[in-house]
Design a binder for this molecule. Structure first.
Ligand SMILES: [Zn+2]
Length: 284
């Protein structure tokens, strides 16, 4: 039996050949629409991500029954970096510290600027006297008068006190006083939209993986304004809660957190390509 000739250029039927050629051209046009040659594989505006594992060295951060915050956040940062670089070879991922070293808060921001970061992601664990407190929350720069998370703000900003010349570097601004909030009121509107978009996505991904969702919050964290770019600070869980401490120190728990952060970053980048609201899933 004679095989039908589907070749657009060799067909004996001129009309069929023309349709075939047009079909090929349409296919090539569709390819050019969906696969632009200059689109990097990370697909969105975060081409250089700064991951900031909090504390380090002489500053242990929050302390649990056996674990230090500084060790947990470094392990998660490394897992997240590996996951991102495996998936997106074009993405640059820079850690503000690679090992158990003390890095002053202002140097973290300077590193981020020097690396020309597109986004600053600071990783932390919460610690409270009340051991029943649990869950994950993500912060953007801002101020809520009379906020209940005042102790968290003071705890994270107190890293400054480990710096020998902190009064020279940070001037009269005292990050642990309500008066200092006025200063941050001006700063919070910058990069607010981008920062809250990623913060919402992080909480969404935490919740999807069974983490208790404590929501997106605002706080005048020094490290968030020092970076001078869109920035969020994730409090991944309470090291002072025995159940959460076990989760945070375990390899499987750290993988869950790193995967949630990875999916949030992926969703953030992809939302710019599709113009889809990443939180609600409908067009903006
Ligand atoms: Zn911390």
């Amino acid at each position: 039996m004679q095989q039908p000739d589907f070749s657009p250029l060799t067909s004996k039927n001129p009309a069929r050949g023309l349709y075939g050629l047009l079909a090929c051209l349409c296919f090539l046009c569709l390819l050019s629409v969906h696969l632009p040659p200059d689109l990097p594989d990370h697909e969105g505006p975060i081409g250089t991500l700064i991951i900031d594992p909090g504390h380090g060295g002489k500053d242990p951060g929050a302390v649990g029954a056996t674990a230090y915050e500084k060790d947990i956040v470094l392990a998660v940062a490394q897992k997240l970096r590996d996951r991102l670089q495996e998936t997106y070879p074009s993405m640059r991922v820079v850690l503000t510290r690679e090992d158990d070293t003390f890095i002053p808060l202002h140097e973290r921001g300077a590193k981020a600027l020097e690396a020309k970061g597109d986004f600053f992601l600071s990783l932390h664990c919460n610690g409270m006297r009340n051991k029943s407190k649990r869950g994950a929350e993500t912060y953007i720069l801002g101020v809520n008068p009379g906020q209940e998370n005042y102790n968290t703000i003071i705890a994270e900003n107190e890293a400054i006190l480990f710096e020998e010349n902190y009064q020279d570097v940070y001037g009269d601004m005292d990050p642990s006083t309500p008066e200092g909030f006025i200063y941050f009121r001006l700063l919070k509107i910058v990069f607010r939209q981008e920062s809250s978009r990623l913060a919402e996505l992080i909480q969404k991904e935490f919740k999807l993986r069974g983490r208790i969702d404590r929501g997106v919050k605002q706080a005048p964290f020094v490290v968030l304004y020092q970076s001078g770019m869109p920035a969020v600070l994730a409090e991944m869980g309470f090291i002072t809660n025995p159940e959460e401490e076990r989760f945070l120190v375990s390899d499987s728990g750290q993988q869950v957190i790193a995967e949630a952060l990875f999916q949030a970053i992926r969703g953030y980048n992809q939302s710019f390509a599709t113009q889809e609201d990443p939180i609600r899933g409908k067009n903006e």
